[in-house]
Design a protein around this ligand. Structure first.
Ligand SMILES: [Fe+2]
Ligand SMILES: [Fe+2]
Length: 323
């Protein structure tokens, strides 16, 4: 998609994203971000890169995510400094490393190798997966997969941290048997396997998307890696299956669970937004004992819900907002 915007429109998107006036609500800043993301231009990358001075970890992790999805190597130097900043929130650093995996430049290999021994487990694990992805993208299977995904329409257009398990690469497979779900479930849950292989099973299950596949994914919430669990919640946010609601609500309500996982569950619930979900989002949006990232996610989720349920299109400065 190519969108043409004027310099004046870019400047007002920048002012919204960076909250220049000091009173832009967070959800409007997110909308400006999604518009900039859709533009994909170098200028949009530069504007998004200016946002990392913000106090909101939620906003900053989304900036990093969007930079990765834009697949523009202009973002790499910013992403590298975010990963290298050990004072930064681990959720933001994780997203910077993952974005490097999405952009998949060989020039990111040294820094990703360096942070394989980071003090934070989520950061270490993300570097491991991003390194495996960059390598896989260069493999024969990876090359074939990319040729396919550029010519065939895809159900999920996101750049994922790992491709689906081999044999299930071509989007939604035509024949999915109970045993393939069962096999993927055991791969997903096998803590002896490299995380990259477990992620591949996760994305294969997402592409299958049946209630059995959702149950298999939900079983992943008993893992002890916060990174792994947050990705399960993220995938539920893409699947939008009401069947995932009970598992997601358990995660949202679990005070022992990592902020990153609960935040991702809140976002997924916001996307699903069936009537039984809304009271929980409203509750956690206002709960003083909930982590900031969880409260903010619920706020964004409620905004997304209102957006999707308003009949008219909403525009940020004349440009349709696309997530
Ligand atoms: Fe993430
Ligand atoms: Fe997130």
């Amino acid at each position: 998609m190519t969108l043409n915007v004027s310099q004046a429109e870019l400047s007002s998107l920048e002012a919204l994203l960076l909250n220049i006036s000091g009173n832009v609500p967070l959800h409007n800043r997110f909308r400006a971000l999604f518009t900039l993301k859709a533009l994909k231009s170098d200028e949009a990358v530069r504007i998004i890169s200016k946002g990392f001075q913000d106090p909101s970890a939620l906003l900053k992790h989304e900036l990093a995510y969007c930079l990765g999805q834009m697949k523009n190597s202009v973002a790499l130097s910013t992403l590298e400094s975010v990963l290298a900043n050990e004072e930064e929130d681990p959720m933001v650093r994780h997203e910077a490393a993952e974005a490097m995996g999405a952009i998949s430049s060989a020039s990111s290999l040294p820094i990703l190798r360096k942070y394989l021994s980071d003090f934070n487990r989520s950061v270490r694990e993300t570097c491991e997966i991003a390194l495996a992805k960059i390598e896989w993208d260069r493999s024969e299977e990876g090359q074939r997969h990319h040729a396919h995904t550029t010519t065939e329409p895809q159900t999920y257009t996101s750049v994922d941290p790992a491709p689906p398990t081999s044999g299930l690469l071509a989007g939604r497979p035509t024949t999915v048997t109970d045993s393939s779900v069962e096999e993927l479930r055991s791969k997903l849950l096998d803590t002896q396997l490299p995380l990259f292989e477990r992620y591949r099973a996760m994305f294969a299950l997402r592409n299958i998307g049946s209630p059995a596949a959702v149950d298999a994914l939900a079983a992943g919430f008993s893992d002890d890696s916060a990174l792994f669990k947050h990705e399960i919640a993220f995938v539920f946010g893409q699947l939008l299956s009401p069947h995932a609601v009970p598992a997601l609500l358990r995660v949202l309500q679990n005070q022992q669970e990592a902020d990153m996982v609960r935040h991702e569950a809140a976002e997924a619930l916001g996307g699903i937004a069936t009537p039984e979900v809304l009271p929980y989002l409203k509750e956690y949006m206002a709960r003083e004992d909930a982590p900031v990232a969880v409260r903010e996610s619920c706020q964004i989720a409620m905004d997304m819900y209102e957006y999707e349920n308003s009949n008219q299109f909403q525009y940020a400065n004349g440009i349709e907002v696309v997530r």
